[in-house]
Ligand binder design. Structure first.
Ligand code: ZN
Length: 447
């Protein structure tokens, strides 16, 4: 009996293998120019524990609230950790959940998941504080989401190289570039704010560089630009602070800051950064002049560092950053935590504090690589997804078309999926493939 079952299993496997191989051959024969490779699976979804999934298996909101409480206690010196835990206390400062984007395409699935996570964690924190409020005495603070547009991202086809130096033009400096996809982002943010019942604010890079702490932080960067340049840019060794050429109609900014000149004045209080335009020569930004500082731009690692510094210096508001899991790990350790520790040790600022950052699950293709919007928009990648009706994952505009109606249905399915992750937080510590999303979101949609 037992040996019969074994031979059946072996025969069944062999048949499967033959059928699947023949199916693949058939697909190759029918579509010889662009063969599609089949990935067969058993439809079983596993959420294995380990690392973050194990540690936060039951809850992510509670540990985050405790961390915020500890920040307040450390600053106000009011309580020990034990006192905090027994007080049934709530944070008193407003809580801002912070996420950002480059508006260079209609949002793709990775960006939509980050946004859904940001609004979900805001909702989760707000709801948990309401429960604690009902059982205690404290009135919870407000919870809002802040979406920051990186309108200084380079515009496609507006980049150039002169004598080995790269220059770019930013979305905010090219007419119509910014407005092309703004409506899609605004629509997504409006829906998510409504479903989470969490207010949202929107900001741009000029708002970011107008932060009241920015002159102090930028003066620190001027004094330490050589060290920071090496730390933040392994490729070029220079600090990628930029400013677009102010000559009307030009707007070129040197991408990597390799020609920048830094001058620290007045004991490091009123520094000046001089930038270089290949057509119009040098132009300067004085940190003592807010209108000029607001024109500054920074690449992702420099922006990331400055953002966390402003968050740590703000003792009136709690900030929680939500970003994609592709930034977790060595990227943050090298480009964020090491420079933050050095800054705190040198200046005495934000002593003992670290930023609060949550990493949204990565959306990956069949090979495990992240679904890349830049490959999609720049190189026309993922043609196979179009052939399978999955191009909605590369562009919210396409997802909206796919579902018709008021456009919210596809987004709503992604939102509902992220709610399932929030209810079972181990799912927040893994990646999800486009094939998985295809199964749960597009399966029932008529073509
Ligand atoms: Zn110029």
């Amino acid at each position: 009996m037992g040996s019969d079952m074994r031979s059946d299993t072996v025969r069944g496997s062999t048949d499967y293998e033959r059928i699947l191989t023949a199916t693949q051959r058939l697909a190759n024969a029918l579509i010889p120019d662009h063969p599609l490779f089949m990935t067969f699976h058993d439809g079983q979804v596993h959420d294995p524990l380990g690392g973050g999934a194990y540690a936060f298996q039951n809850d992510i909101v509670g540990p985050m609230l405790l961390a915020l409480l500890e920040d307040e206690a450390a600053h106000d010196s009011v309580a020990t950790r034990d006192e905090l835990m027994s007080s049934n206390g709530l944070p008193t400062r407003p809580i801002v959940i912070d996420a950002g984007l480059q508006p260079n395409n209609s949002p793709h699935l990775g960006t939509l998941v980050v946004f859904c996570y940001a609004f979900s964690i805001a909702k989760g924190i707000r709801d948990r504080m309401r429960v604690l409020e009902a059982s205690g005495k404290d009135i919870p603070p407000s919870v809002t989401v802040l979406i920051t547009f990186v309108d200084t991202a380079p515009v496609k086809d507006k980049e150039m190289e002169v004598e080995g130096i790269q220059y770019q033009r930013s979305h905010r400096d090219v007419q119509d570039a910014l407005s092309t996809y703004m409506a899609d982002y605004e629509e997504v943010v409006r829906y998510l704010s409504m479903w989470a019942d969490v207010p949202v604010n929107v900001a741009f890079q000029a708002d970011f560089f107008s932060n009241s702490s920015m002159p102090v932080l930028l003066n620190y960067m001027i004094l330490h630009h050589e060290t920071l340049g090496r730390q933040l840019s392994p490729k070029y060794g220079s600090l990628a602070l930029r400013s677009a050429c102010p000559v009307p109609g030009c707007g070129l900014a040197e991408k990597h800051g390799r020609l920048n000149e830094y001058r620290a004045d007045n004991n490091g209080q009123d520094g000046i950064i001089t930038f270089h335009c290949p057509h119009h020569g040098p132009h300067a930004v004085r940190l003592s002049c807010p209108a000029e500082t607001a024109r500054l731009e920074a690449n992702a690692p420099t922006r990331n560092l400055l953002r966390s510094m402003t968050h740590l210096l703000d003792t009136t508001t709690h900030h929680i950053r939500v970003t994609g899991a592709d930034y977790a790990g060595v990227y943050q350790e090298m480009f964020l935590y090491r420079p933050l520790a050095a800054w705190s040790a040198i200046t005495g600022l934000a002593r003992g504090r670290t930023p609060h950052i949550l990493y949204a699950p990565l959306i990956v293709d069949w090979s495990g690589a992240k679904l890349s919007k830049s490959l999609y928009i720049r190189d026309g990648a993922y043609e196979f997804m179009k052939q399978q009706g999955m191009d909605g994952f590369c562009s919210y505009a396409r997802l909206r078309e796919r579902f018709g109606g008021d456009g919210s249905e596809g987004l709503r399915k992604i939102w509902d999926e992220v709610q399932r992750w929030m209810a079972d937080p181990k799912k927040l510590f893994r990646s999800f493939s486009v094939a998985y999303f295809h199964a749960i979101i597009l399966r029932d949609v008529g073509s």
